[in-house]
Design a protein. Structure first.
Length: 319
């Protein structure tokens, strides 16, 4: 496998584990996230601060190694306790913002490295700190804590009808990032020819996501005003999907990509400006079901992750 392809797979795996972690938090209210004991006296908010801090630490160590310096020694338990104490009095919104910024800053920096720099062997203290190995540690870290949250939720009970907007936004971003990092694995000359989901090509899958996001934008915009969306009920979803996929087949890749980015940005902008109280109100959805505005947005997170599974199987062979 070429270095560039392997690197893209590592980024896709990192994004997938983060999307899984954040999806485990959906439906939990602010009290559950910030007050309920979760792990050794930590709350879920404490856990998120811990995860963000280790992303920052990993970024710092990589930057040190790029300058020819050795990684810092760290007492893990003491470091964990210090981070949790430092962030304990911060708001959930601040912790989630730091979690996202730490990951975005780190991955953006990593993308700026050459393949040679990224894959270079860096032996220190009987371990190879090659950046690919460091990424593996981080995605395993996310996976470990996602499993802990999932186990805790079974004991705690199912989530409710709403939850903090900041967590919903973070999960929405993470799910879309999972789709985008997997999409990057498809060679440009196969995007409109190679089936990746049944008979659909990548162009049609991404067009499908954009078409449903457009429905989401139309519905959420009205919900943000506290009104019931007057949208036509989509009674035959399979027929609707097929009709819209057919319409995407003759479109240039650049148009589909622009729609994908534009509809999600619009959905996110509406959600970001929405009152928290309105997320808990009930509405009828265009596909016939009923639920809260929060659950409406969560459906688009599940939709992204469903098609990320299709892309992962088609483009990496991983289930």
């Amino acid at each position: 496998m070429a270095m560039a392809d392997e690197r893209l797979r590592l980024f896709a795996r990192l994004a997938a584990r983060r999307a899984e972690l954040l999806s485990q938090l959906l439906g939990l209210d602010r009290r559950a996230l910030t007050e309920e004991p979760f792990l050794d006296g930590w709350t879920v908010k404490d856990l998120l601060a811990h995860i963000g801090a280790w992303d920052r630490w990993e970024h710092r160590q990589m930057a040190r190694m790029m300058m020819g310096e050795t990684p810092e020694d760290v007492a893990i338990d003491a470091q964990n306790a210090m981070v949790v104490a430092e962030w304990r009095d911060r708001s959930l919104d601040q912790v989630v913002s730091e979690l996202q910024d730490a990951r975005t800053s780190w991955v953006t920096w990593l993308r700026g490295l050459s393949d040679g720099e990224f894959f270079q062997s860096r032996p220190f203290d009987d371990w190879d700190w090659a950046f690919r190995n460091c990424l593996e540690i981080q995605w395993q870290h996310d996976a470990e804590h996602a499993a802990q949250v999932a186990a805790w939720r079974k004991a705690y009970g199912p989530g409710g009808e709403s939850g903090p907007r900041c967590v919903l936004l973070a999960a929405l971003d993470a799910a879309r990032q999972e789709v985008l990092t997997l999409s990057a694995l498809a060679p440009s000359d196969s995007r409109a020819s190679r089936p990746v989901c049944g008979v659909w090509t990548l162009r049609e899958v991404l067009g499908h996501l954009a078409d449903w996001d457009a429905v989401g934008v139309e519905g959420l915009r009205v919900m943000a005003r506290g009104r019931q969306p007057d949208l036509e009920i989509i009674s035959d979803i399979d027929a609707w999907n097929a009709e819209h996929a057919q319409a995407r087949r003759d479109q240039p890749w650049e148009d589909v990509w622009a729609d994908l980015q534009g509809t999600r940005a619009a959905l996110r902008d509406i959600l970001e400006g929405m009152d928290q109280a309105k997320l808990g109100r009930w509405y009828r959805y265009p596909w016939g079901a009923r639920g809260t505005a929060y659950q409406f947005v969560a459906a688009f997170i599940s939709h992204d992750r469903e098609h990320a599974e299709d892309l992962r199987e088609a483009l990496t062979g991983e289930a």
